[in-house]
Design a protein around this ligand. Structure first.
Ligand SMILES: *Cc1c(COP(=O)(O)O)cnc(C)c1O
Length: 490
């Protein structure tokens, strides 16, 4: 049986230790060489984006048949070429899109280590070191956000959507202690969540998942700076209490996904205290500011009951790395605590926490390693530098755009810039055409975002290696495109 297995494994160049390491090394080398081209000279070799072609993607995806064995080197080479050739290169320094970072090297190695060793973090006893690392990192981040040592808890999640879902579940459990037993059948009125009209749609998705539905999310109007109107928020809560609603949660956003607006966290925390509501801060992107020169923008976050922080955004680590933090040390256990006969329960519950009774996930990847390794390698100071550089590049972008006659339409200190130009006469179609045309050219990938009913061009710097010359290059391409398209239009 074993012999047969080894034979099959050899035939397919498995990572079996009995296999020739030569072949394995060769494959690793192919992968590294291919990836290096992104890092070493991306400015010459690669275009950021390509006109999207479904047929090309389908053809590339069906190159190899599963009805036969295929050469491992060919399969891997083809896969890398296809990822690079068909789609948007989010790690490119000229990618100016949507919070997708270029992952730093230690965090990339974390993914490699995780995949090789595959530690299972469902229970503490299977991976005590990994579990302790995650607890340590959670505590450190809680401290940064101003939670006290005694009041800090949390769990690693796959993304902001899961972190926000965790927040909604904690808020329900906190407010309605019978929730884990009775679920939504225990409610006679509709429990309601309050967030701004600019908040992320994962809040609404979470409401749908827990069974409350979209109607339970009350989207409050925003001020001119696109932060939540806290007077309107208060009035809405008071009005709802008189109707068939049960307010239980307020969600503040620190760095909205479009223009990077920050809600007034101080006011919101006061309202949540007066109204006895769970106060969650969705700081998926903007939470990174806590280790930068613009930390003051997050004042009030220390009074929150919970925080969402996506490390796979501002912190430049690979996808599927998010933190849910909470200052309530019992709620995660109340909502997720289950016991089964087949899971080992050998830890002293006062000493260790089994992650599977503390979070949505059961089997768990060592997600925390992706932030532990870069933190241990760079230290907080090195990390701050990396994030401050991106903030600095945002200022450079604003400065160069303004110098060229563009007007900045969002008020943000994050490297998120929404802008337009008087020559474009608020013409949404031309703005969209400029963006499409720039993206199709491969020079960049950027987006658009409507601000107060007007479409704007939107760029965001998410790459710690985006430099002044990349921004200058972008401005040149943008100016050319504007000239070209506005000549055609007017
Ligand atoms: C990105 C984002 C989310 C969703 O996070 P994912 O990691 O994409 O699941 C939630 N809220 C805000 C404010 C975001 O920017």
């Amino acid at each position: 049986m074993l012999c047969k297995f080894i034979l099959i494994a050899n035939a397919t160049t498995d990572m079996n230790p009995n296999n020739t390491s030569l072949e394995r090394n060769e494959i690793v080398q192919i992968i590294i060489n291919q990836l290096e081209t992104i890092y070493n000279d991306p400015r010459k070799e690669l275009t950021v984006s390509k006109v999207f072609d479904v047929n090309e993607a389908k053809a590339a995806a069906s190159t190899f048949s599963f009805n036969q064995a295929n050469d491992a080197k060919e399969v891997m080479q083809h896969t890398i070429n296809s990822i690079k050739g068909v789609g948007v290169q989010t790690t490119h320094p000229s990618y100016l899109g949507l919070f997708n970072p270029r992952p730093n090297f230690p965090s990339v190695m974390a993914d490699v280590i995780n995949s090789y060793l595959n530690p299972q973090l469902a229970v503490y006893s299977h991976a005590p070191f990994a579990s302790e690392i995650e607890r340590l990192v959670i505590k450190e981040f809680c401290k940064k956000f101003g939670y006290t040592e005694k009041n800090s808890d949390g769990t690693f999640c796959t993304g902001g959507a899961e972190s926000n879902l965790t927040a909604v579940l904690c808020a329900l459990q906190f407010h309605f202690p019978n929730f884990s037993e009775e679920g939504i059948t225990g409610f006679k009125k509709l429990p309601t969540i309050y967030c701004s009209a600019e908040s992320h749609h994962s809040v609404e998705k979470a409401a749908r998942i827990v069974g409350l539905g979209k109607r339970s999310v009350r989207k409050v109007a925003v001020n001119e700076d696109l932060s939540i109107d806290t007077e309107a928020l208060k009035l809405q809560i008071v009005a709802d209490r008189k109707e068939n609603y049960l307010p239980f949660m307020i969600v503040g956003t620190a760095g909205t996904t479009g223009p990077g607006a920050i809600d007034n966290l101080v006011n919101m925390s006061e309202i949540s205290k007066e109204e006895k509501l769970w106060f969650h801060v969705d700081a998926a992107y903007g939470g990174g500011a806590i280790i930068t020169d613009i930390k003051h923008l997050l004042i009030g976050i220390e009074h929150s009951d919970s925080i969402t922080l996506d490390l796979h955004k501002f912190f430049s680590v690979p996808m599927a790395t998010s933190l849910f933090l909470t200052s309530d040390t019992s709620v995660l256990h109340q909502i997720f605590g289950v016991r089964t006969a087949y899971m080992p329960a050998d830890g002293d519950p006062t000493q260790v926490i089994d992650p599977y009774v503390h979070s949505i996930q059961w089997s768990r990847r060592f997600i925390g390693l992706k932030i532990y390794l870069p933190l241990a390698v760079f230290g907080w100071e090195g990390y701050s530098k990396m994030l401050n550089h991106q903030i600095e590049m945002g200022h450079t972008m604003r400065r160069l755009l303004t110098a060229n006659g563009w007007t900045i339409e969002n008020q943000s200190e994050f490297p998120i810039v929404c802008f337009t130009h008087p020559d474009l006469k608020e013409d949404d179609k031309i703005i969209q055409d400029i963006v499409n045309s720039l993206n199709d050219s491969g020079a960049t990938w950027m987006s658009t975002y409507p601000i107060n009913g007007k479409l704007t061009l939107r760029v965001q710097i998410a790459n710690y290696d985006t430099q002044v010359n990349d921004i200058e290059k972008f401005i040149v391409a943008l100016e050319e495109e504007k000239l070209h398209l506005s000549e055609l239009a007017f």
